[in-house]
Design a protein around this ligand. Structure first.
Ligand code: PEP
Ligand code: MN
Length: 272
């Protein structure tokens, strides 16, 4: 008889809690990972880090390797971006989440970070998933642009099968015929995933929204539907951002949004 996959609830009736520093993703406290889309300079990342630390955020995001639709768009600072992530991590004590696209970059990204992100465009990069199965650090796996829940869970299975149990799923919306949001985010998928798997489920409202105004409302829906955490793009000066300028929140907007999310969390018995 075929046994249940490793992601399955049947294999693991309790929730998996993924620890990153003091953050416990999957616990009663809704986790926050925030920071700029791209690492642009040490000043930019440090400014975001110091602000977010004051807000109680303990995991900073920032990408050095960017999967851009056009090869002419900013591709990220690469190795220099990793150096900056390492420097800001050391200076602020924050944990780092950063994206890797290429198997060859895994070892050096692991050195300067605490969590590796697999972006939507790499959800089915099986060589990368297998490689991340060999590390111990948590992996944030985003759903592919046109992935079904089964495909998403099977991508997670590649990492689990390698022996890395620290997988966090992150819903970031899918492509549909609707164009008023950048991607279509279905909050109904949170309870669906919760039923199928013991892995924590985060939501990235920023890429689903595409515009700042929608980040707060989508975050509220995500929390109300049971998300274990949010991944939010925050930039010291979003208008000047080298990627995703339209959807990144500035510091004032982030602080305001968190204060509006707290009562939503409280209504379902969770803290933020
Ligand atoms: C990102 O988090 O910056 C990113 C590129 O997201 P996604 O892979 O979901 O498009
Ligand atoms: Mn982005």
């Amino acid at each position: 008889m075929k046994s249940d996959p490793l992601f399955s609830r049947n294999r693991h009736p309790n929730e998996t809690i993924v620890k990153i520093g003091s953050e416990k993703i999957g616990s009663n406290k809704i986790a926050l990972i925030a920071g700029p889309c791209s690492v642009e300079s040490e000043e930019q990342l440090e400014s975001a880090a110091l602000f977010l630390k004051k807000q109680g955020v303990s995991v900073l995001r920032g990408s050095a390797f960017k999967p851009r639709t056009s090869p002419y768009s900013f591709q990220g600072l690469g190795d220099e971006g990793l150096r900056i992530l390492g420097a800001v991590r050391k200076k602020t004590g924050l944990c780092i989440n950063t994206e890797v696209m290429d198997v060859r970059d895994v070892p050096k990204a692991v050195e300067v970070s605490d969590m590796i992100q697999v972006g939507a465009r790499n959800m089915q990069n099986y060589d990368l998933l297998r490689e991340l199965g060999k590390i111990k650090k948590p992996v944030l796996l985003k759903n592919g642009l046109a992935a079904t829940v089964d495909e998403f869970l099977n991508a997670a299975e590649y990492i689990l099968q390698g022996g890395n149990e620290n997988v966090v799923l992150c819903l970031r919306g899918i492509r549909t015929f609707e164009t008023k949001t950048r991607f279509t985010f279905d909050p109904g998928l949170i309870p669906v995933l919760k039923k199928e798997t013991h892995l924590p489920v985060m939501v990235d409202p920023s890429h689903a929204a595409g515009t700042r105004e929608l980040v707060g409302p989508i975050s509220k829906a995500a929390i109300a539907a049971g998300a274990d955490g949010l991944l939010i793009e925050v930039h010291p000066d979003p208008q000047k951002a080298r990627s995703d300028a339209e959807q990144q929140l500035d510091f004032v907007q982030f602080e305001q949004m968190i204060s509006e999310l707290k009562p939503v969390g409280k209504a379902i018995g969770r803290t933020l």
